[in-house]
Design a protein around this ligand. Sequence first.
Ligand code: 3PG
Length: 219
Amino acid sequence: SRIEVVQQMGATGMVPVFYHKDLEVNKAILKACYDGGARVFEFTNRGDFAHEIFGELVKWGAVHTPEMILGVGSVVDPATTALYLQLGANFIVSPILSAEMAKICNRRKVAWSPGCGSLTEISKAEELGAEVVKIFPGQQVGGPEFVKAIKGPFPWSSIMPTGGVSPTRENLTAWFNAGVHCVGMGSKLMKKDPEGNFDTMAIRAATAEALAVIAEVKG
Ligand code: 3PG
């Protein structure tokens, strides 16, 4: 349910964000993050065949990562939203705020997180029923200081910044002290080896380390 998605986002505190054109690489990344303790994941809709990879990943995950909550990000229109819901997306993330997307997700009682960069946008998103509002691109829009400033007038808002979040103690401490619900993390979590391939051991370790820091900061 949407409540479980929102709660699990907050409980673990970090949503790995990933995409690769090769299905097997996606499985390896997902498993590495899962073994590191992550439970909520955002697969990004990049490229014309992303939905085919996603469909396979849902089936694979049911067997290999059973506690996984898998959402889809980089969705910007209602048709694509409907497609991913049909394929089993547990939640939808967008870089923009779209009332048409909100309508589809609300009708199906699926959690959705629209990308916002101002108080007016956050306010609109919450009126449309968003439980967790994504701040995007998090660092560029203003970073932890921006979130802290938002939480003054909007203490009820559940905020998830994505974009520029890194798994260092310093960065995670800044975001969580500013009051985020959770963070989305892509490139800085997805460690690569010297040849440029994803390093699953390093990804698993970075995930576990980041989750430990988050748990500590949240107390
Ligand atoms: C993306 O654009 O892929 C996501 O926003 C992830 O951002 P990041 O790579 O800066 O974490």
